[in-house]
Write a protein that binds this ligand. Sequence first.
Ligand code: ZN
Ligand code: ZN
Length: 132
Amino acid sequence: MLKGHCLCGAVRYETAALPAMETLCHCTMCRRAAGSPMVGWFTVPRESYRLVAGEPASYRSSEHATRTFCRTCGTALTFQSTRHPDEIDVTTCSLDNPEQLPPRDHTRASTRLSWIKLADGLPVYAEQRPKT
Ligand SMILES: [Zn+2]
Ligand SMILES: [Zn+2]
């Protein structure tokens, strides 16, 4: 069971699913949404993501995407796309223990900030991870 919460603790969630697609996203929208040079995400089936406490706020961050965040402290929590309605992406660092889910790669690196120097040896993809 993976559990997570926002900074102020008002929102708590859990998921019993096996996570997939752990990544560090360098896209400009993730960066701005989190105020961070890159954002760690993992993906689980939509129905496995369960709110345990609180009710996050949400907004349309693009034509196909909805993001949620804590309405009190602003912690970025999830990303959902109408292109993948059965999936939900969750911010890795909202987990109680982000050490549980290290990233497997870097994605959207075509917009990586020039002052971010990658030295972790992980695959770097200009856009999305290639389909396997
Ligand atoms: Zn909060
Ligand atoms: Zn992104």
